[in-house]
Design a protein around this ligand. Structure first.
Ligand SMILES: CC(C)(COP(=O)(O)OP(=O)(O)OC[C@H]1O[C@@H](n2cnc3c(N)ncnc32)[C@H](O)[C@@H]1OP(=O)(O)O)[C@@H](O)C(=O)NCCC(=O)NCCS
Length: 202
């Protein structure tokens, strides 16, 4: 990635690309209507995207391009959404509702950037602790959450309807000044790896 990654709030025009990543990332993806609701109606919801000024992977030919034309018509956007996340902030609880990175961009620190962005925004808005659910089989995501000090605090049997898999409930608490400092240190380390512009947490 030669240009910086822009981290900014999700907008309505991002939804087709977000839904495309969602479908590649989850067995039970959210619908466009759900994203519209989260952006326009759910005042507790903080939705974030990562954007790059380049076409999404797949070039101008082939299946990827055909799919993009189906999603966007003949004038695809000049920027690409490569990851997104969501956080519900209710009475001090920052509940990570979703997080995903486009498969072609995984393993480059972008999932971490999304999580950092959501935690920092939650802290700025008075978040006191953070929770999330994760499939017991999703070791990659659990490793990401552990890196940000989430610990398993419960197990929800049969939480996922597609295959009846259990969820771990993970939590980091408290999001206090000491945590804020560690988060700032990790964000500085992440900057060595990812060139990004933050238009989300300020
Ligand atoms: C989970 C997900 C968002 C991580 O995004 P990513 O950009 O690939 O992750 P990053 O490159 O930022 O990695 C951050 C940390 O995650 C963990 N991680 C990421 N990929 C991993 C892998 N293949 N194996 C083990 N740990 C991994 C590591 O702790 C890593 O830190 P490190 O680089 O210091 O080792 C991404 O894999 C994804 O979109 N998965 C599908 C959707 C999903 O499962 N979302 C979570 C739902 S609860």
């Amino acid at each position: 990635m030669t240009s910086p990654v822009i981290m900014r709030p999700m907008r309505a025009e991002d939804i087709p690309q977000v839904v495309a990543i969602d479908r590649e990332s989850f067995p039970t993806p959210w619908s466009s209507r759900t994203y519209t609701f989260e952006i326009e109606n759910n005042t507790t919801s903080q939705m974030v995207v990562l954007e790059v000024p380049a076409p999404p992977p797949g070039g101008s030919n082939g299946l990827g391009a055909m799919f993009r034309r189906l999603v966007h018509g003949d004038t695809p956007p000049e920027t690409a959404i490569i990851g997104y996340g969501g956080c519900w902030l209710i009475a001090g609880e920052a509940h990570i509702s979703t997080i995903a990175v486009h498969p072609a961009y995984r393993g480059k620190g972008l999932g971490e950037l999304l999580l950092v962005g959501m935690l920092q925004r939650a802290l700025n808005l008075g978040g006191e602790y953070s929770v999330l659910e994760v499939r017991v089989s999703n070791e990659q995501a659990q490793a990401l959450y552990r890196k940000y000090e989430y610990a398993i605090v419960g197990r929800r049997p049969g939480y996922y309807r597609d295959n009846g898999e259990d969820a771990y409930l993970m939590e980091v608490r408290p999001l206090d000044a000491a945590y804020q400092q560690r988060l700032a240190e990790r964000t500085r380390a992440l900057r060595q790896r990812v060139d990004f512009v933050d238009q989300f947490t300020g």
